[in-house]
Ligand binder design. Structure first.
Ligand SMILES: *Cc1c(COP(=O)(O)O)cnc(C)c1O
Length: 361
């Protein structure tokens, strides 16, 4: 049985070339006589793997020298608390968040344990189908930081612009959009992302942080939740997620070989456009998201008759198009089309949608 097109939101597809290379190196990495997962994280072989991964990531994202890259565990969800614990000088300080979806909401709830959270704007009333207009945001110019979610994985709402927040440090949960296109890292104070959407397997969480923001965390913060701990120890304070770090490194190499992030952006935009065009061209399918903020990575869509949802999913799966069921808060379908989803997968989905419409409209 060949590989299928997996539209899961995460863990999600990994490029076949990466999987095949990992398979080749599985039991004996580069003549070392060891699998990468068996290596000491402090050994010469693993250090070279770890350093190359970071160097490749720095190259593809053009990360400035005054930023630290941390390879952590705990998922993006841990960052929801690590960000306030580390960026506040003391508990109770004021921070700004914009609420554009389910992940923003979780980040806000977690920050509220440590900070005085000001929600500058929210699109919850429109079931997170839009981004509130920037000039309506009630920002606090003295906030300790400003947090947003550039791509809401569940709602399929994406910022195609970077909020201009002046001197307030800008923090972004980029879990489902990092590496989808070029990014000006210098605009950000902290960028964090779980790996399992667009960088590799679950278990690795990437944090990119401007060095001058790495300070003593608020009182009571565990060592494992301190950026300073991990920065001082080059992400090896304790055993890092070695195998996931290695696999992410293979994904970074794959991106470089494909022409880097501008090449990724071209393909991703084209893939998304094909899908949105197909949805727009029909009265059978529709997108719940405002056109200006439709995600390149996660494309929710609904069928005019939800009674057909089950048939749609079953027949799609028969054709090798997997995991298209939408999140229950949105309903309908969701196609997650990260870097590793081949354009042919999107073409196959569009053909299937047209066929299904013809038979059921
Ligand atoms: C998946 C996701 C998360 C949660 O990531 P975990 O690694 O499961 O903690 C947080 N934010 C966004 C935007 C996500 O897509």
């Amino acid at each position: 049985m060949g590989r299928k097109y997996n539209f899961s939101a995460g863990p999600a597809m990994v490029p076949l070339e990466v999987l095949e290379r990992a398979q080749k190196e599985m039991s004996d990495w580069n003549g070392s006589g060891m699998s990468v997962m068996e290596m000491s994280h402090r050994g010469r072989e693993y250090m070279s793997i770890a350093q190359k991964a970071e160097a490749d990531l720095r190259e593809i994202l053009s990360i400035p020298d005054n930023y630290k890259v941390l390879f952590l565990q705990g998922g993006a969800s841990s960052q929801f608390s690590m960000v306030p614990m580390n960026l506040l000088s003391q508990a109770g300080e004021a921070v700004d968040y914009v609420n554009t979806g389910a992940w923003s909401k979780k980040a806000i709830a977690e920050a509220a344990h440590y900070a005085d959270v000001n929600v500058v704007a929210s699109s919850e009333e429109s079931n997170f189908s839009d981004i509130p207009a920037f000039d309506s945001w009630k920002r606090n110019p003295d906030a300790k930081y400003f947090h947003y979610t550039p791509n809401e994985t569940i709602g399929g709402v994406e910022f195609h612009w970077i909020p201009e927040v002046g001197d307030v440090p800008l923090v972004a949960d980029m879990s489902s959009t990092i590496l989808s296109r070029p990014l000006d890292v210098s605009k950000f104070a902290v960028i964090y992302a779980g790996a399992q959407k667009n960088m590799g397997p679950a278990g690795l969480t990437l944090v990119i942080i401007r060095e001058d923001l790495i300070a003593e965390p608020i009182a009571g913060t565990p060592a494992m939740f301190s950026y300073a701990t991990h920065a001082k120890n080059d992400s090896m304070y304790n055993t890092p997620p070695t195998y996931a770090w290695y696999l992410a490194g293979l994904v970074f190499q794959w991106i470089k070989e494909k022409g880097g992030l501008s090449a990724m952006a071209k393909i991703n935009q084209r893939k998304a456009q094909k899908l949105y065009d197909a949805i727009e061209a029909s009265n059978f399918y529709s997108s719940p998201v405002a056109p200006s903020c439709r995600s390149w990575m996660n494309v929710p869509f609904t069928l005019a008759n939800p009674d057909l949802d089950g048939d749609f999913l079953a027949q799609a799966a028969q054709q090798g198009l997997l995991n298209l069921k939408g999140h229950r808060s949105v309903g309908g379908m969701r196609a997650s089309i990260y870097n590793a989803m081949p354009e042919a997968g999107v073409d196959a989905l569009v053909s299937f949608m047209q066929e299904f419409e013809k038979e059921n409209a």
